[in-house]
Each structure stands twice: as structure tokens, then as C-alpha cells.
Design a protein around this ligand. Sequence first.
Ligand code: 5GP
Length: 188
Amino acid sequence: MSKNKGILIVVSGPSGVGKGTVVDMLLKKLPRAVLSVSCTTRAPREGEQNGKSYFFISKQAFLKMIDEGGFLEYSNHFENYYGTPRFFVEEKLKDSDVILEIDVDGAENVKKLYPDALLLMITPPSKDELIRRLKMRGTEDETLIQHRLERADYELSKSKIYDYTVINDDLNQTVDNILKIVETRRKG
Ligand code: 5GP
């Protein structure tokens, strides 16, 4: 039995599915929840702030942090590294819910370390809708969009390891569904 009072909530899903918006709304509605800000070696997109969206660090700094055991988990895709800083999660979980917005490989590793973690996969209503959302975002060129769609197939193929799959059709409904799932878990 874990000594932690909080629930570790892992949110995954293909790029463009709307995870970021879902997580922002969850943070407003779950008073005890905090977001773990990941480190990444990718360049910031327009509007992304260091320390808020991610900690944007160099590859060298990332590799050093791996060596020092500073990550709870990390993975490498789209030619960049992404990792969850260990200390923040371990400390916050003692009395808060902690939300991780990470990919399927990361989620798999977190589940090994924290079998009680609540794994949520957010899926699009359809592949066409995912393509539409990715293009609407307008932050990436065609090659990268193609890359992200291929990755989406991989992510969706891993949905079996998740406790719940939630279809993000109507945003408010999606968030309500997740809140119910979290409350059910809290009651044990
Ligand atoms: P993006 O470049 O679109 O911000 O993120 C690409 C992917 O990396 C998304 O699936 C996102 O959930 C994942 N990701 C973000 N932070 C982390 C992390 O700390 N660890 C892992 N494993 N994946 C992450």
C-alpha cells in the first residue's frame, strides 16, 4: 500500500487530441491537483513559456539529468527527449494529486513504478478529426504532421495498458467523465 495521499494521474493521447486543454480544465476542477512540468530538448512553439509548458533544456543538460537519476521516466521521439522530473512528483504526491501529460512509453514505465497510478488515454472521435485538429493548430509543417499521425497509430495501439480510454468529442463532457473516474478511484 502506498503512503501517498494523492493520486498519480497519467494523461496520454496522440498529438492534436486536445490533451493540453483537457489537463488545463482538470487542474481548475481538481483543487488538490498539480501539473508536473516535463523537461524537453525540443524547441519551444510559439506562445510556450519556459517552466510552464516545459522546461526547455539542451540535450547535454538532459543527458546529465538522466545520469544523475533526475527523471522518473523519459522517452525519446520526434528526435527529441522528454522526461518527468522525479523530485517534484515524489514530493507533491505526498499530499496532492499529480497530473503527468506524457506519451505511452512513459506511461508504461510510470505504471511499473506506481502500480496505483491512474492511466487515462484520450482518443479523438475519428482519425479525420485528429488530422483536422492537427492542421488547425498550425504550429507544424506537413512533414511533422505526417510524423505525428504515424506516432498517433502507435499511441492508440497501446491503449490496452490504460485504465480508461476517454473519447474527446465534447470537451466539457470529456472533463466530466474524467472527474467521475478520479472520484471513483479516490473512494477506492
Ligand atoms: P509535444 O512535442 O507535442 O509537446 O509532445 C510530444 C509528446 O511527448 C506528447 O505525446 C507528450 O505527451 C509527450 N511528453 C511530454 N512530456 C513528456 C514526458 O515528460 N515524458 C514522456 N515520456 N513523454 C512526454
